[in-house]
Write a protein of this length. Sequence first.
Length: 204
Amino acid sequence: MSEDEAKNLLVTALNLTEKDIEKLEIFSSLLLDFNIKYNLISKSTEKLIWSRHILDSAQLVKLYDSKSGSKLVDFGTGAGFPGLVLTIINKNPKFHVKLYEKSPVKRDFLNIIKKKFNLDVAIANNVYNEPIDADIIVSRAFKKIDQIIQISREIINKPHKIIILKGKNAEIEINNVSLGQNYSYKLKKSITDNDSKIIILDVR
């Protein structure tokens, strides 16, 4: 998928505005500049940043209610995928996002973007360091599904949604997880890759 195709889908499929695209262009440029010295994303994916990283992250906006006062956390956000992208395109000041990333270098980059766009986003080190108050968990390249579920069981004591971006083995992986009666899930096809899936878990 070309950069223009990815940008077109951001507008036509996800209803992003020209201003949103402009912000994401600035974010993309800063990320690529930073990536020259630091390994924020794989060098092999730099030319695919709009489809592989930005659109892949932004598509999650269709899977939760961003008009509410909900709290979203991103486990292992890395260079901001998907959580920072979702923050950049968020229009609701009552919708709160918190990014967890253990790498100091990546947290430095996240703070640069936070300052650049004056984003109301919290950035933290480790998901195990504190109780987490979240309505929505998102994760892209953090841990296996069973580990993410285990973390949510341990630190979130209320109903919540878990949204995980996965590859072609998503269905096999989720079927190998022992889910309790308070869990239900569905699989959604990614708009960036026919083989990739998004796992949506509802925890009651």
